[in-house]
Design a protein around this ligand. Sequence first.
Ligand SMILES: *Cc1c(COP(=O)(O)O)cnc(C)c1O
Length: 348
Amino acid sequence: MTKKVIDLRSDTVTRPSHAMLQAMMSAPVGDDILGDDPTIKEFEKFAAEMLGKDSAIFTTSGTQSNLMAIMAHCGRGDEYIVGQQAHCYKWEGGGAAVLGGIQPQPLDFEADGTLDLNKAKAAIKPYDDHHARTKLLCIENTHHGKALPMAYLQSVQDFCQAQKLASHLDGARAFNAAVHHGIAIRNIAQHFDTVSICLSKGLGAPVGSFLAGPATLIREARRWRKVLGGGMRQAGILAAAGLYALENNVQGLAQDHAHAAMLGQGLEALEEISVIGVWTNMVFIEINKGSVRELQQYLLDHGIAVLAGYHFGNKIRLVTHRDINTEEIKQVITHIKDFFQSSAKMVS
Ligand SMILES: *Cc1c(COP(=O)(O)O)cnc(C)c1O
């Protein structure tokens, strides 16, 4: 058997547990496009109730649920206000523009992961033939691991009401925010019309996301899912994993956050490293000495995978998740320490 890699690249690498696989194997299924899959129905009912929304729809990915939401809120020639580094602007292939004829209006994020609502207000276009029609505000929570302040979510809701904008939460990791604040997910979801959640990140399902919101919007989103090729047949096998994740894997995120804090603390003690931030299950570091690439390769040689360079520039992102235990976190700290000691020896 090959040695297990301690994979800190993302929480998307989590594998289904034995118990989750059991739930998938015993799930009753049917043709969901014909409305026959009992496990999909159970999942969608459970997810909607958990978020305090009328309806929910199971989707193939977070990218798909975000796009379905934007297309349900906006039509051709409309626009959505969104963060410059937001997933549903920068990391989804321009889907809203490509497939929906919907223009993004990006704004810079503030340091805490929020969008400044004064800047958002200034970006709203007057109703005029020259402009796209501003319809929607998209917020991301968590953003790069940052759990947005709860008071901010309330101010977003008030703002959207006053400005007659719809609101969408890209809550791929919204459960991390809920666990961080020690609140139920519905307390976050209540501030937005639609919410998209990933099941295949820290929650540990192999595949799947969902979109929750008012019945009319989810009905519209369901049509777009079919158009986007996301209608699936005996998909209850996948929804069973999602249901298992929502029922069993939410509180475990607290352990991931504790591991990130532990990792951040351990690395802060090293003079060669600057810890940029520790936010929920993510640790961002910069190295003050040596090459990021060499560190990355050294770690890989010792069975540890991290994301470096790529869109993180000179930074390294370390993401904790349910497939990494406390012992492994300690090993990671030790190996990073060893890297600097061995490279110091090579220089002298
Ligand atoms: C992961 C992620 C998504 C969706 O990603 P998929 O890989 O399409 O499931 C959306 N938004 C954010 C913030 C994410 O981190």
